[in-house]
Every structure is written in structure tokens, then in C-alpha cells.
Ligand binder design. Structure first.
Ligand code: AHR
Length: 508
């Protein structure tokens, strides 16, 4: 008979079920998103067009590239977002001096776009980062021919005018871009289609794209459940044209970015937790539409916190910061929210085929921030949470059962966790204490198969409102965590309030 652990307030028991692996945590679940909006691409990543740029490699800030390489960034989506449905790829190839200067548009926000960061530059960034590229195509102001040309330019090996142009522009070998989005948010900024008209466009685009490169993975634009049901029904026998269904989830309900109330603290974490349910309901809709006969992956290709200060209309009486820049504070709370979402991504790794945090530098839930004009860089607490998850990338997800413990507002377990193994007697487990004010003594069981005393790192701060800045870049940074106990009786850690830790057990 299994003994049921008993706990007091502030205690929790988590058990890893290594005997029941869930599936592989694809590196694509740790994807990122770089849009030509505000200072993400220009200034944040790309300084190749600056008169007096900071140190760079091929036009990309060296410090930012190094920080992102360390994360790592296995997948990068570009050039939008809403920007994608205004973007004409042809503007961004050839000699930089002769590229047109355009109005870059996204989310009602305009940027001057000299097109100095175009296809070759972006794909060079992916090469520097070791990232798979994911290009979002233009449906709103584009054409199937234009998108087919971009695919041919990037991926074809045959000798054509477009592949000759690619070679003349410096890329002899094809780029083999694996992922292609057919528009972005076409229910809104991408053309205000409805779920019966967009499938007509999708069919036309996807049919033609398949002729150019049958191996390209195509991403259809989904939305909430109702749109997704109608979209997939309208695609009917043409569902094989869809490899992934894009959905987006921003958490809007956390109140002020730093001066949030206790209620709003928990509400944001709850929204992060509920992201998993959105993936689950989307998976059910796909299973229903396909009858289980075809795999369509879920591409959560934009996710994260969007605070009222960074929204055009504000929210909850909190006005947007002026001028609108889509930049926001990134606190310890936001980092915990990211960790909570990642737990769900691991649990849903058999249906969730990619996830892209929005966005990679300076914008919204960014892991990396830079001062304007090529100024210094700093890392947000979310950066450190992603780093704490690096051992899980590419590993096999393992269920973590909460055998005992209490709950926080919203009814969620105070302590939660995610675990994985690379299958050689190693194990990594990441544990979160969501409680705003109370620490937790956590016992971890089910790790008997792994090696001895683990290496453990903790991320927390005096306050969940804490953030890093240029003045205090390490105000929130990981520290070592003491681990007690043993494999037989359970490993024990003390988690402070609003904290996250990763324990890494070496192979036996
Ligand atoms: O990430 C900012 C914007 O949010 C993107 O451009 C759009 O796709 C979404 O609405």
C-alpha cells in the first residue's frame, strides 16, 4: 500500500512518475519571435544600419547574440506578427543602399524601415544563434505568387532567376527554411477575414506553396476555439495542406506591470496556467476535425505577458506609456508566469509542436532588453527562467504528481513542477512556489534512478515586483540552492515565496 504523505501549510510533496514518460520536449517549444515593431529588430538585434553601432557580428549586436545563444534560441519567427501582412520580402534583398525605405506597420504602430534587415540578414542571425527559421508570409497585402517566390528564393535548388538572384546576393546553397506561416492573425490585423473566407485564401496559398517546395511545413492562422472549429471544417478534405495551426495567447489581466495588487499577482499566474487549457481545447478541435487520421500540430507562435502600460488602449484604467513602444517592465512575477506556462508546454508536448515567446528583445515579455541607440543590454528575470529550463530542451517529459500540498487563489497548487530526462539516468526537475508571501518546504520523490546530490539553482527576489535594469542588472539572478535528503527518503529543498528552482541530477 502506498503511504499518503501528510503535509502542513507551506509543505509540498511532488513525485516524478519516470515510469510513464509523456513525450519529447521539442526544441521548438523554446522558440522566440522577432518582429519589426518598436525596437525589437532595429536597435535591439540589428545595428548594421547605425552610424556608430555597438560591437556587432554581421550587423547583429554581439552582446545580444551571445546572450541569446546561451538561452538557447532553437527557433525564431520573423518578420511579424501584424507586420508580416504588410511586408514585401523583395524589399529586403540585394545591395543595402538600393533597398527601398518603407513604412513598417504593426498593431497601429509605424516604424521607418530601411529594409537593411532582410531575408539574408535574418537567416544569418538564425545561423549565428543555431535557430531554425520560421518565416511569416504576407496574405493581407501579398499574393500567392509573392509568397511562392520567397519560398523558391529561399529553398529551391534548381537554376532559376530567383535562385540565381539568391546566389548573386551571397547564398549559393539554399536556406532550406522549414516553416512558413500563411499570414498572421488574419481574423484581425492580417485582413479581418472571417473563418470561411480565410480558408479559401489558405487553400490557394498552400496549394501553390506545396508545388514549389513540398517539404515546407505550412502554418495556418487559427484563433480562439470558434474560429478554429469553422476554419478546419471549411478546409475539409484539404486539411492535409495544414501542418500546424497557429494560436496566440497573451496574458492581459495582471494589472499594472510593477504596482500590481495581490489579486492581480495571482490572476496573472492563473492566466499563465490556463494557457495549457487553450492548447488542450485546440487539440480536441483538431482531433475532431481530422478524426485522428492526420497530425496537425499546434503552433503557439506568440505567447507571454502583455501589460496595460504596453497596450495601445491601456487596460483597467491604467493608461499606456507614451510614446507607445510595446516595451514594458519584466518582473519576477512575469518570470514565474513564463515558468508556469512552460510546465503546461511540457505536459502537452505531444500536441504542441512549437511555441514562440513574444518577443525576443525589448518588446513585451522580452528576455533581453537594451537601452535605445545601441546602449547597454540587460537580462530580465524571464531570461533566467528560460535558462533554468535549458536542461529540459530535447529531453523526455515526465509527469510530476502533486501528492500533497495546499493551493493559492484560483485553486492552483501552491507548488508545481516539471521533470524530464535524456534517458541515461539523468533527470532535471523545475519546481515553482507560486505563493506571494510564504515559503515552502518541498520534498521530491521518484528520482531514485538518477545520480547523486543534484546541482540546484534558485531564482527569486525580495519582491515579485523586482526587476533588473541597467543600474541593477543582477537584482534578480540565479543563485545556488542547498538540497537535503536523499533518493530513498526524497530530496528536500526550501523554496522562498515567488520562486523557481531547477535541480539537475547527473547520469548515474
Ligand atoms: O506581438 C505583438 C503583436 O501581437 C503581433 O504583431 C500580433 O501578431 C499580435 O497581435
Amino acid at each position: 500500500m502506498t503511504e499518503t504523505p501528510t503535509t502542513r501549510a507551506g509543505e509540498a510533496v511532488l513525485t516524478v512518475r519516470a515510469e510513464a514518460p509523456i513525450g519529447t520536449i521539442s526544441p521548438r517549444l523554446y522558440g522566440h519571435f522577432a518582429e519589426h515593431i518598436g525596437r525589437c529588430c532595429y536597435d535591439g538585434l540589428w545595428v548594421g544600419n547605425m552610424a556608430d553601432p555597438p560591437a556587432h557580428q554581421d550587423g547583429f549586436r554581439t552582446d545580444v547574440v551571445e546572450a541569446l545563444r546561451a538561452l538557447p534560441v532553437p527557433l525564431l519567427r520573423w518578420p511579424g506578427g501584424c507586420y508580416a501582412d504588410h511586408y514585401h520580402w523583395h524589399d529586403g534583398i540585394g545591395p543595402t543602399a538600393s533597398r527601398p525605405r518603407r513604412l513598417g506597420m504593426s498593431c497601429g504602430f509605424t516604424v521607418e524601415d530601411d529594409n537593411s534587415l532582410g531575408t539574408h540578414e535574418f537567416l544569418q542571425l538564425c545561423a549565428l544563434l543555431g535557430a531554425e527559421p520560421y518565416l511569416a508570409g504576407n496574405v493581407g497585402t501579398g499574393s500567392p505568387q509573392e509568397l511562392c517566390d520567397w519560398l523558391e528564393y529561399c529553398n529551391q535548388t534548381l537554376d532559376t532567376d530567383l535562385t540565381r538572384a539568391r546566389r548573386a546576393n551571397g547564398a549559393f546553397a539554399p536556406f532550406n527554411v522549414p516553416l512558413w506561416g500563411v499570414g498572421n492573425e488574419n481574423w484581425g490585423c492580417g485582413g479581418n477575414y472571417d473563418p470561411t473566407t480565410y480558408p479559401h485564401e489558405y487553400r490557394r496559398y498552400a496549394t501553390m506553396l506545396r508545388h514549389v517546395d513540398a517539404s515546407a511545413e505550412l502554418v495556418a492562422c487559427g484563433e480562439e476555439d470558434a474560429w478554429n472549429v469553422e476554419l478546419l471544417a471549411a478546409l475539409g478534405k484539404h486539411l492535409p495542406l495544414v501542418d500546424h495551426l497557429s494560436i496566440h495567447r497573451y496574458w492581459f489581466e495582471g494589472g499594472a506591470e510593477t504596482a500590481f495588487t495581490d489579486d492581480k499577482y495571482y490572476r496573472l499566474l492563473q492566466q499563465a496556467d490556463e494557457t495549457e487549457q487553450f492548447v488542450v481545447s485546440t487539440a480536441a478541435i483538431i482531433a475532431d476535425a481530422t478524426g485522428g487520421r492526420q497530425k496537425i500540430g499546434i503552433a503557439l507562435d506568440e505567447w507571454g505577458v502583455w501589460h496595460p502600460e504596453a497596450r495601445r488602449l491601456g487596460r483597467d484604467g491604467i493608461p499606456p506609456r507614451q510614446p507607445i513602444s510595446f516595451e514594458q517592465a519584466g518582473t519576477m512575477r512575469d518570470a514565474l508566469a513564463a515558468g508556469i506556462a512552460l510546465e503546461g508546454f511540457h505536459r502537452q508536448c505531444n500536441v504542441l509542436t512549437m511555441a514562440n515567446l513574444a518577443q525576443v528583445v525589448n518588446i513585451l515579455h522580452a528576455p533581453v532588453m537594451t537601452e535605445p541607440g545601441g546602449g547597454p543590454m540587460w537580462l530580465t528575470p524571464t531570461y533566467h527562467v528560460l535558462r533554468l529550463h535549458a536542461p529540459h530542451i530535447g529531453a523526455t517529459a515526465l509527469p510530476v504528481e502533486i501528492e500533497a500540498g495546499d493551493t493559492v487563489p484560483g485553486g492552483f497548487s501552491t507548488v508545481s513542477g516539471t521533470a524530464s530526462t535524456h534517458g541515461n539516468g539523468d533527470m532535471a526537475i523545475t519546481v515553482i512556489n507560486r505563493h506571494l508571501t510564504r515559503g515552502s518546504q518541498v520534498t521530491l520523490r521518484g528520482i531514485a534512478g538518477a545520480g547523486g546530490v543534484p546541482r540546484a539553482q534558485l531564482l527569486t527576489a525580495d519582491s515579485p515586483r523586482a526587476q533588473n535594469s541597467i543600474a541593477t542588472p543582477d537584482a534578480v539572478a540565479p543563485v545556488s540552492l542547498a538540497v537535503g535528503g536523499d533518493a530513498a527518503t526524497g530530496w528536500r529543498i526550501e523554496l522562498p515565496p515567488h520562486a523557481i528552482a531547477t535541480l539537475q541530477f547527473a547520469p548515474r
